[in-house]
Design a binder for this molecule. Structure first.
Ligand code: RB5
Length: 147
């Protein structure tokens, strides 16, 4: 069964989100859109928090958040237990975010230049597996205070 990817953005990245949704669909992913549904100004935590909570609760394995810089979405999403939101600006960083950090939320900037196109960063992140190597798994457990 196709993985359902949760996705959300604020107004600053609304057109980019819509484009990425089409790309996800063309690659066979299903999408749950947490909004926004228009380019009207909004507050990024109103999107980040429900999406991050749904990931934290296991309703979605992975999510994608976008805002102007990607920073606000990262701050909001990373407050949730077991949510590891990674702001990625290149394919290499996206690959490392999965392989080393097992990130479950990809954060992208909708307004600022990235080294690689957003589409390539997203697709790299989606297909890269967490190899579950002990040293990385241990470090992730320590984020949650489990020693
Ligand atoms: C919106 O103007 C902007 O502040 C927001 O998209 C984001 O960059 C916040 O971190």
């Amino acid at each position: 069964m196709a993985e359902v990817i949760a996705i959300g953005s604020d107004h600053a990245a609304f057109p980019v989100k819509e484009k990425l949704k089409d790309i996800l669909a063309s690659k066979g992913y299903k999408v749950k859109d947490f909004g926004v549904t228009s380019p009207d100004s909004c507050d990024y935590p109103d999107i980040a928090r429900p999406l991050a909570q749904a990931v934290a609760e296991g309703k979605y394995e992975r999510g994608i958040l976008l805002c102007g810089t990607g920073l606000g979405m990262s701050y909001a999403a990373n407050r949730y237990e077991n949510v590891r939101a990674a702001l990625c600006w290149s394919k290499e960083v996206a690959k490392m975010a999965r392989e080393h950090n097992n990130s479950n939320v990809l954060v992208l900037s909708g307004r600022h230049a990235t080294i690689d196109p957003l589409e390539d960063i997203m697709l790299t992140w989606l297909v890269t597996e967490f190899p579950n190597e002990e040293r990385h798994a241990r470090r992730i457990r320590k984020i949650e205070g489990e020693v």
